[in-house]
Write a protein of this length. Structure first.
Length: 267
């Protein structure tokens, strides 16, 4: 009888532990990111290092600057009262979701378009930037719009981007070459490895500023709403980020940053 009683007690204790573990797991899922950030003392943001205007690393100084970088700093200021409490970790279109899911970064602020497919893997903030896919060509190019991208035309873009998927749908006869990041794709375009580069117009305008021999043509042929990506199920942290974006827009800070980097006021 004693053995049975002990076994019964053990089973009850095990059941209680499982219940608490389940509750603990849910709490971690809902609020884990914010708690981890506070315990660590800094935000780890996944950002681009190769995208002028949004996140570009200066090889001379090692400093990364851009619109996305300033959003990351604003989040650190909201949480800690100090914008310097942020670590910037480089991501590409291909690596950003795996890095978030593995816990290497707390969130993705990296010109990331909100799509239904991506919503299955991550949660998104409200839209923080509205872009549209366009084309970049060398001045004098016969390619002036989507209708000029036909069989034999080589289109350059980045791996894991919505741009690659979109151009294959919009210009199915073209040859699409994908690179690790947009800076590599731009280098390839300048080296004559392709005829046109495609991604969001805001990114292309940054390249145009880098080298005025290249121009954005054809207008926008997609809508690309950017969102900040957060680990799936972390509703508390999504709310923190949405509150930040709302506060920035209401205070005028968002408009100031937008005009500083894009050269125009937001619509």
């Amino acid at each position: 009888m004693k053995k049975r009683s002990k076994l019964g007690v053990l089973l009850i204790l095990l059941a209680v532990c499982l219940v608490f573990a389940g509750c603990g797991g849910k709490k971690e899922k809902d609020g884990g990111t914010l708690e981890a950030i506070k315990a660590r003392g800094k935000v780890i943001a996944g950002v681009k290092y190769d995208t002028k205007l949004f996140g570009l690393k200066d090889p001379a100084t090692g400093k990364v600057e851009g619109f996305d970088i300033d959003i990351a700093k604003a989040l650190a200021k909201k949480i800690f009262g100090d914008e310097s409490k942020v670590e910037l970790k480089e991501v590409t279109s291909k690596t950003r979701i795996p890095l978030l899911q593995n816990g290497d970064i707390d969130l993705i602020i990296a010109t990331m378009t909100i799509t239904e497919e991506r919503k299955e893997q991550v949660d998104f903030s409200d839209v923080y930037f509205k872009a549209g896919q366009s084309l970049l060509v060398k001045k004098g190019s016969p390619i002036q719009g989507l209708e000029d991208i036909k069989k034999g035309v080589k289109v350059l873009t980045a791996k894991g981007s919505t741009s690659a998927k979109n151009i294959r749908e919009k210009a199915p006869d073209a040859t699409v070459l994908e690179f690790e990041n947009y800076q590599d794709a731009f280098t390839a375009l300048k080296a004559g490895q392709g005829d046109v580069l495609t991604t969001d117009n805001a990114i292309l305008l940054g390249m145009q500023k880098q080298d005025p021999n290249y121009i954005v043509v054809g207008g926008n042929f997609t809508d690309e709403p950017y969102g900040i990506a957060i680990k799936k199920g972390d509703s508390e942290f999504v709310q923190v980020v949405n509150d930040l974006l709302k506060e920035m827009k209401e205070s005028g800070e968002y408009d100031k940053l937008y005009e500083q980097w894009m050269g125009v006021k937001p619509e």
